[in-house]
Design a binder for this molecule. Structure first.
Ligand SMILES: Cc1cc2nc3c(=O)[nH]c(=O)nc-3n(C[C@H](O)[C@H](O)[C@H](O)COP(=O)(O)OP(=O)(O)OC[C@H]3O[C@@H](n4cnc5c(N)ncnc54)[C@H](O)[C@@H]3O)c2cc1C
Length: 457
């Protein structure tokens, strides 16, 4: 290994390759809570050519490589294993082009999401990707995980916002497909194979993103509601009234609200009276006349919603979103928590939550269970915390939750991916045929199995 590190240093320069104590702390673990691990080296290329050269040398040496973006992943995919080289995209960052006529943006993969969002706004557009980790996560990481977030209802997952990619394959080959057009049916739409592949098929180095008309007159409400069925009925009614103006529809269950209020000291804008809290956000074609408020009032009159408060200023809007962003504090308040990110078909979503809650309370009466999620996308986040739980208890909780989700026809990962921590549960969601096909794709693109080995399967 020392030889390879020296070879990498000679080829790329001493300021690109770090080892031992010089490996930065940020490259040792991510937000999943996985134990920090020192990689054999951290390589931080500044150009695609340097990155490709690093991959060519690692491929020739059969050296395993883990790809790293902003390290905000929740599936431990970017956390090094002993003996791996960490390939960090952090210096391969910047906006390369904004085309106002084509409404596209070309960015280097290490660009933080927030920076790309700001550049889009400055150019008079909005980006269709947004998530709580926006300040640190990278566009490359968003594409690699096919990130979801809080505006999927309006713009789809990251996949729906990508027009073209440049990738570097495991052997160092650079493949450029920086398509900027909405329609391009010339052969395989291969970039989609890399979107959501969690770094197992290639390194994403450049991304062409679709830009959307700038969002104007954003209206945000904190809403209370007695039952999940009413919340979904309200969602469908709002889709009819507001057309394509809906931006976000987030739900938080009573335990989540109580924990955010009592443990995280976050102000709750309305008394939820033991029911659900929703954050509903929409744009409006004009600032005049409040269709949004009228639509909410109508739903209160119809008995689907209990109460609502609409933000009157940006500060009020931030206070509303602060409730939904409380989970950023959960790892410090609930050390060792298990975070679940699953999808469940909406028609059985409410029943599945009851089954999950009842089963957890029966088997682990002391456990804390907090539910929230991007419910318009069938996406439930569930936090389970059991004091002083050992590996056996954690395994049993995982098996129970994933087993229940599968029994309701759900999937073990809605948006965070499989990484290292959900591998065991993947067959609950995918057939043997699908898993065999995935392995064949992996073997075709990475025959030595050096890229993100042990992630996904
Ligand atoms: C507070 C918070 C809120 C979050 N909210 C959401 C949410 O709403 N929706 C959601 O989907 N996720 C969410 N996440 C998870 C996380 O932010 C996303 O998965 C994000 O897309 C990861 O981007 P990253 O740059 O940090 O990637 P990393 O964590 O660095 O890597 C994630 C995976 O992608 C691979 N990878 C990274 N960059 C590349 C690349 N250039 N080429 C190939 N592979 C690469 C890594 O090897 C790893 O397997 C949240 C995380 C936090 C901490």
């Amino acid at each position: 290994m020392t030889n390879l590190i020296e070879t990498l240093r000679e080829a790329l320069g001493a300021d690109i390759v770090y080892d031992g104590n010089h490996c930065p702390a940020r490259n040792r673990t991510d937000w999943s809570g996985a134990a920090p691990t020192l990689p054999d080296a951290v390589v931080m290329p500044r150009t695609t050519d340097q990155l490709a050269e690093a991959m060519r040398l690692c491929h020739a040496a059969r050296q395993r490589v883990v790809i790293q973006g902003g390290m905000t992943g929740l599936a431990a995919g970017a956390v090094p294993e002993p003996g791996e080289v960490a390939l960090s995209l952090e210096r391969l960052a910047g906006i390369e082009e904004i085309d106002p006529l084509g409404a596209t943006m070309t960015v280097l993969a290490g660009t933080p999401l927030e920076l790309a969002q700001a550049a889009a706004e400055t150019a008079g557009f909005s980006l269709g990707i947004d998530l709580g980790a926006r300040g640190s996560c990278t566009i490359g990481g968003n594409v690699a995980t096919n990130a979801g977030g809080i505006q999927v209802l309006r713009y789809g997952m990251t996949r729906a916002n990508v027009l073209g990619l440049e990738v570097v394959l495991a052997d160092g080959t650079i493949v450029s497909g920086l398509n900027t057009m909405l329609k391009n049916n010339a052969g395989y739409d291969w970039p989609h194979l890399f979107i959501g592949s969690e770094g197992t098929l290639g390194v994403i180095t450049r991304v062409v993103l679709k830009l959307h008309p700038q969002r104007r007159n954003i209206r945000t409400a904190f809403v209370t509601c007695a039952a999940f069925g009413d919340a979904i009925a309200a969602l469908r009614a709002l889709e009819k009234t507001l057309g394509g103006e809906l931006l976000a529809f987030e739900a938080m269950w009573p335990d989540f609200i109580a924990f955010a209020r009592d443990a995280c000291q976050i102000g709750i804008p309305l008394d939820t009276a033991g029911g659900l809290a929703l954050i509903i956000e929409a744009t409006a074609p004009s600032a005049d006349g409040d269709i949004f408020e009228q639509a909410l009032m109508q739903l209160i009159e119809d008995g689907l919603l209990a109460d609502a408060v609409v933000a009157k200023s940006d500060a009020e809007r931030q206070r509303i979103w602060a409730v939904r962003e409380a989970p950023a504090e959960f790892p410090t308040r609930l050390p060792g928590l298990i975070g679940f990110d699953v999808s469940i078909p909406l028609k059985v979503f409410g029943d599945a939550i009851i089954a999950l809650r009842d089963g957890l309370a029966r088997q682990w009466p002391q456990a804390i269970a907090l539910c929230y999620g991007h419910v318009a996308d069938s996406n439930l986040h569930l936090i389970v915390h059991q004091q002083r739980s050992g590996a056996d208890t954690r395994d049993a909780i995982n098996a129970f939750v994933y087993g229940t989700v599968a029994a309701f026809g759900g999937t073990v990962s809605a948006e965070h991916g499989i990484g290292k921590i959900k591998k065991k549960h993947l067959p609950l969601t995918r057939t043997q045929g699908e898993l065999a096909l995935m392995r064949r794709m992996k073997a075709a693109l990475d025959p030595h199995g050096i890229l993100n080995a042990g992630r996904i399967f």
